[in-house]
Design a protein around this ligand. Structure first.
Ligand SMILES: C[S@@+](CC[C@H](N)C(=O)[O-])C[C@H]1O[C@@H](n2cnc3c(N)ncnc32)[C@H](O)[C@@H]1O
Length: 417
């Protein structure tokens, strides 16, 4: 079987690399640090990291309004998030027409609009409106200056995108309904504060997210790739589907998620979830071998292309990185809902496999990665020589369902690549 080129892969383009290289000098212009802040930057990064990655609920409400935290965020968290987001956006099936509008929730220093600008030259000349909302006003203003400076450095011109800053909480609405609602690294900050069952909270959140859309439109979410965030993404995916927003990426199918982490069901006793699609759309797939916590959907990319200054700052903060992980979801309300039995495949009438996990050795001198397909939890195996699939690759599935061979250890369908 010849190894086929992936149809989609994570990639970091030239413009993003240029912006990352020049980021310190841009930030020195628009948000200069005092000598003391410069001296303490490594320590400030470390302390903000500890705050953001803890599950404590004592984080100050507007933590990014402090100059030290804002500097630490823009010089450490923003560039790493730019790399994650720009890598996803490079092949995301996202369409925005001239005149379209976007709501970015928890925009912070506008990381997501900047990543979209850097990774999608096809969108740069479009007249788009971005409503950038955050509960902290100061970081939004710094983000707008950063966005404008990056556009000028990368394209030598101002962007036609209209940026509207909104000092708002999640649940507040922009002046108009939008075509795309986005949120990156936001829900992990407050979603888990509620103690209601995961499925119930996911349904409520999905309804709120869809409330931002004009009717048709898309929702894009990215979260850190930890088990909790992966379970959140799987639960939101299911909840959005019940309201008619079907998963478009990374999922290669619209059926139940075979990498759901701790998420089991939207339904709680006595409360059946409403569905826009019939039950036939949610057929069960091959699941991983039964266990309390299933694997969660998350992707891993290398940090080889990272500029030396970012590596140095990360080392100084004691946060050296060899890989970046994340979970993400694009769900879209289609103009017409697909017919049951007609969505095994996408796009274009074939079956696809999304490579998910990191690489690991298999018996027989083979290598493997766990993956997802319309058949269910899969294990892509391949020899160590020649082209190897990477986390995030979308492949054409080289088999039909009658050929299933199940890996005894994991319960995954074995797919030879
Ligand atoms: C980790 S930062 C992410 C910023 C940016 N999206 C990124 O990916 O780099 C989280 C942002 O969400 C904002 N935030 C947290 N809870 C929020 C809420 N309930 N409503 C609006 N913004 C919120 C914070 O102020 C912060 O700017």
């Amino acid at each position: 079987m010849p190894r086929l080129e992936p149809l989609q892969s994570f990639k970091l383009g030239e413009d993003c690399l240029k912006a990352l290289t020049e980021l310190p000098s841009i930030l020195d212009e628009i948000a200069p640090m005092t000598p003391r802040q410069k001296h303490e930057l490594g320590r400030s990064v470390r302390s903000l990291w500890e705050d953001l990655t803890s599950e404590k609920e004592h984080r100050t409400a507007e933590y990014l309004s402090s100059p030290a935290d804002a500097s630490a965020y823009m010089r450490y968290f923003l560039p790493w998030n730019l790399i994650r987001l720009a890598s996803i956006f490079s092949s995301l099936p996202l369409q925005l027409d001239d005149g379209a509008s976007v709501m970015d929730i928890g925009s912070g220093p506008l990381t997501l609009p900047i990543a979209l600008y850097l990774s999608r030259s096809d969108l740069r000349s479009k007249r788009l409106t971005f409503y950038c909302a955050d509960k902290t006003e100061r970081i939004l203003k710094q983000g707008q200056n950063l966005f404008e400076s990056i556009c000028a450095r990368v394209s030598g011109a101002l962007s036609p995108w209209k940026i509207v800053l909104l000092h708002q909480q999640f649940g507040d609405y922009p002046p108009e309904k939008v075509d795309l609602v986005t949120a990156a690294n936001v829900f992990n900050e407050f979603f888990w504060k509620s103690k209601a069952p995961l499925g119930m909270r996911a349904s409520l959140t999905a309804r709120q997210l869809l409330g931002y859309l004009k009717g048709l439109g898309s929702v894009f979410l990215m979260e850190p790739g930890d088990p909790r965030s992966g379970s959140f993404i799987s639960a939101i995916r299911a909840a959005l589907s019940t309201f008619g927003a079907l998963p478009a990426a990374p999922c290669p199918h619209v059926f139940a998620c075979p990498l759901p982490g701790i998420f089991r069901s939207l339904e709680t006793p006595g409360n059946e979830s409403p569905t826009v699609l019939g039950a036939k759309h949610f057929r069960e797939l091959v699941m991983p071998k039964r266990r309390e916590k299933y694997p969660w959907c998350h992707f891993t990319i290398g940090t080889g292309a990272t500029p030396p200054w970012l590596k140095a700052l990360s080392d100084e903060a004691g946060l050296s990185k060899e890989k970046l992980v994340f979970s993400y979801l694009l769900s879209t309300v289609p103009a017409e809902l697909p017919q049951p039995g007609n969505q095994k495949s996408k796009p274009g009438g074939q079956s696809f496999t999304r490579v998910v996990s990191e690489e690991f050795p298999l018996p027989g001198r083979l290598l493997g990665r766990y993956a997802c397909s319309a058949e269910g939890y899969s294990l892509v195996q391949y020899p160590p020589s020649g082209r190897k699939p990477s986390s995030g690759d979308l492949l054409r599935t080289p088999f039909t369902s009658k050929d299933h061979v199940i890996d005894e250890k994991s319960g995954a369908i074995i797919v030879s690549y």
